[in-house]
Write a protein that binds this ligand. Sequence first.
Ligand code: PLP
Length: 364
Amino acid sequence: MKIYSKVHLPNIDNYKKYIDKIYKAGWITNDGKLKNELEKKLKKFLKVKNVILVANGSIGLQIAYKCLKLTGNVITTPFSYVATSNTLVWEGLEPKFVDISKKTLNIDEDLIQKKIDKKTSAILPVHVFGNPCNVEKIEKIAKKNKLKVIYDASHAFNTTYKGQSVLSYGDISVVSFHATKIFHTIEGGALITNNDNLANKIRMLSNFGKNKKKDFQILGINAKMNEFQAAMGLCNLSEFNKLLKIRKKIWYLYFKKLRYYFLFQDFNKFSSPNFSYFPLVFSNEKQLKKTFNILLKKRIYLRRYFYPSLESLSFNNNYGTCKNSNIIAKKIVCLPISSDLDIKNQNMIIKLIINSIKAKKIIN
Ligand SMILES: *Cc1c(COP(=O)(O)O)cnc(C)c1O
């Protein structure tokens, strides 16, 4: 049997009910009823002001850049999925990578100021593995330098910061609802903003630039979420709290048994995690590869999130390496964490890992 982070498929009868509704209505995309229902439910669930659903997280980021009229370069992190910087480059913007903190794995806020130049128009931090950045510090830097802030909040669904959704920070936050994420719509994503004017503009931009009178006044693109995606989202949302409980249990079992052998990401103390990832930092890449292959032989698949460090990619600028990001990227993996992982298999994974590192406990 293969063991990996499996995609969650919701109750099929529930999904079928929605499919019946779609067939009955004869309406499959273009501002559909289910899409609107999901937006409304997410707004309530997350307690945020505006939610605009889109076809995927990447196009969501691109729309955010267009909406805020970004130019020149954008400060971002090299320790993320390629989508973070690819979307910038795709839109003719230059990613300016700032190294990460080895502790939080997020962009090091203290290094941002000195990377800002005349051509910088925005900061694009990532809440890596759902760990909120220091949003107050980032807001201060942005204000002082008159920069926009867009959060790539792909991992931060349901994450709170000081009691409210972390998605309500920045000019715009973008979350991904891809199949691999903790909450998914097959492919999908959403833009979150407190600003109603920006929300209206985002709606136009993601629907060919059409306004309410169906005139084309601004240049738009097609980023619409269709009804089958929305139906998947409605089903997954109804199961979310149940799944969160299961994932929390899995997360804590890993933590309980592995905490003596590894160091872990420093989690923002004002935040509540969403248990979407269980990252594990090895002492070096050789050790990681050894463990990786031992588990692979048992058909257990670990995910190398995130490798490589983004500044090392040929299509990104290379002003030298980001040291911490490079070191971390080479020795970090995420363990399987999905609701179907049973305790027997999880214990096997833990045992194999501990045996593979022949480790002494690092903490008592
Ligand atoms: C998943 C992900 C994205 C892209 O989302 P898609 O919906 O797959 O386009 C962007 N940034 C990060 C950090 C991600 O993990």
